[in-house]
Design a protein around this ligand. Structure first.
Ligand SMILES: [Zn+2]
Length: 148
């Protein structure tokens, strides 16, 4: 569930920034931290998010390299607003996909040793094949993340 909370936080942060509540540099830094914390999403989704984030990071690095940061930021947002908006739109769309994807894990199974795990929803325990990243609880059918 941490994953879902984080995705909502990212969307919230983008909305706050769009309303002038935080600077572009702060948003880019926060987005990076939040995306890196998304351990429960698929590698594919995470890589796609990082690719979009990298677009923003490059714009931000360019802005920060300018002498007069404050005024350049305004100029840059005016001239590159489409690029920035496209990256945000792509990030939000990827996050929505993650939220709506039924294949996403609904929680994390608790390891109890020797490849056995306990379901956090119904306390069922079962053995998981070595190397598995996900497993379905045999009792309540929740899709759970397996971390060893
Ligand atoms: Zn269960």
């Amino acid at each position: 569930m941490k994953n879902y909370k984080l995705i909502h936080l990212i969307k919230e942060k983008i909305a706050i920034s769009e309303n002038g509540g935080c600077s572009f540099a702060e948003l880019v830094a926060t987005l990076e931290n939040m995306i890196l914390e998304l351990e429960e999403v698929s590698t594919n989704l995470k890589n796609n998010l990082i690719t979009e984030w990298w677009e923003l990071e490059q714009l931000n690095a360019h802005i920060l390299s300018q002498d007069n940061y404050e005024s350049k930021l305004t100029d840059y947002l005016e001239s590159h607003g489409d690029d920035i908006n496209n990256a945000f739109t792509a990030i939000i769309s990827l996050l929505d996909q993650a939220l709506n994807n039924p294949s996403n894990a609904e929680g994390e199974a608790t390891p109890i040793g020797n490849g056995w795990f306990i379901c956090p929803f119904c306390t069922e325990s079962w053995q998981v094949e070595a190397g598995s990243k996900f497993s379905i609880c045999p009792s309540c059918n929740k899709k759970l993340l397996i971390k060893i």
